[in-house]
Design a protein around this ligand. Structure first.
Ligand SMILES: *Cc1c(COP(=O)(O)O)cnc(C)c1O
Length: 353
């Protein structure tokens, strides 16, 4: 606490990201990073971008990147907004598209950054409970609201809503913006990007942090009607004209264009997830059906916090949330098969003792 803080700062409850430990030879399965490196083409593009041109500001509109993203999704560049990680894109969305008189709606169990943005921007919200199986019931969102935001697949559950349900949500909320945060969609779902041309109230948010292995470069984007995009551009250009540096723009553009590598690595993660889910079930875990690059699991006979601590002693870190309804779950990022194997071996050992 400092007397120099503004009243805004006094009132904030900041988001706490998963730990980025400085310890070597750790198996890090706590923040949903991709176990595979970025596309070799993206790495070459980034290396090539480290040159004398760094003297100059980057393209403030990131036109090449917007073109590559639009091309990937079969949309127009005017339907694309890019930002410094999807967290920044989401921050602009809360301030620019979700701050209205009525409270916005999001699930009671979801990405814990949403209430933080609400606190930062003074956005009122109502939490909508997931059903007992931790699924989103879209019918519960047919109520007056200032906007709707949900991750699909949801975080940290990994549960996927079919596209038909997203469409139901869009129709029931034609008077407000519906934001679908698709950070994990590439690991098992169908993107709502295909609906952007038909629903002017839809904003799809994606990131290159997970399925394109570029968490370290901080690149995210939104897809929507040009009027929604313009709203975000107005915020961005009132905040930071150059949120994406030259290296990030070059790497992200090449990553979006390298479809072959993208399909190969996400396929590998999906296959490892299916194997890990089956092995965890064999150990007695209840594993929620996941369409993401993590699984959410609980063991009926073992406390989740103790399991996480025991794994940590064995140099494996997973994520545990001390939140209502999910305090007995562990969220485990899908690593390589070797890392998943080490996790299963460690758990077998811990459960025996
Ligand atoms: C990881 C994640 C993000 C943030 O991604 P960045 O692009 O790295 O900022 C956004 N939403 C959800 C649900 C996530 O899990």
């Amino acid at each position: 606490m400092s007397r120099f803080w503004s009243a805004v700062v006094h009132g904030l409850t900041p988001y706490v990201p998963g730990e980025q430990p400085k310890i070597a030879d750790l198996i890090k399965l706590n923040t949903n990073e991709n176990p595979y490196p970025p596309s070799p083409k993206a790495m070459a593009a980034m290396a090539a971008a480290v040159n004398e041109a760094l003297r100059l500001y980057p393209d403030p509109n990131a036109d090449a990147l917007k073109g590559a993203i639009a091309g990937f999704h079969g949309l127009k560049a005017a339907q694309v907004f890019v930002g410094n990680g999807s967290d920044e894109v989401l921050a602009f969305v809360f301030q620019g598209l979700l701050k209205h008189e009525r409270p916005i709606l999001f699930p009671d169990i979801t990405y814990s950054f949403y209430p933080v943005y609400c606190g930062l921007y003074g956005v009122a919200f109502t939490k909508v409970p997931l059903d007992p199986a931790f699924r989103i019931r879209v019918a519960d969102y047919a109520q007056p609201n200032g906007g709707v935001i949900l991750p699909n697949p949801n975080a940290p559950t990994g549960c996927l809503l079919p596209l038909a349900d997203i469409e139901t949500l869009l129709r029931a909320n034609a008077g407000s913006v519906v934001v679908v945060d698709e950070a994990y969609i590439d690991f098992g779902g169908e993107s709502a990007a295909a609906l952007v041309d038909r629903y002017p109230n839809l904003l799809v948010v994606q990131t290159l942090s997970k399925s394109r292995s570029l968490a370290g470069m901080r690149v995210g984007y939104a897809l929507g009607h040009p009027e929604l995009i313009e709203g975000l551009e107005r915020i961005k250009n009132s905040f930071n004209s150059y949120p994406l540096d030259r290296v990030a723009q070059a790497g992200a553009t090449a990553a979006m264009e390298d479809r072959e590598y993208f399909d190969r690595t996400r396929g590998a993660v999906i296959a490892s997830r299916e194997r890990l889910a089956a092995q965890l079930a064999t150990l007695g875990f209840e594993v929620l059906p996941s369409a993401a690059n993590f699984v959410f699991a609980r063991h009926p006979g073992h406390d989740a916090a103790q399991l996480a601590a025991a794994l940590r002693e064995r140099k494996i870190i997973v994520r545990h949330f001390k939140s209502a309804r999910i305090e007995q779950f562990l969220r485990i990022t899908i690593g390589t098969d070797e890392q998943c194997g080490a996790l299963v071996t460690a758990l077998r050992d811990i459960l025996k003792g």
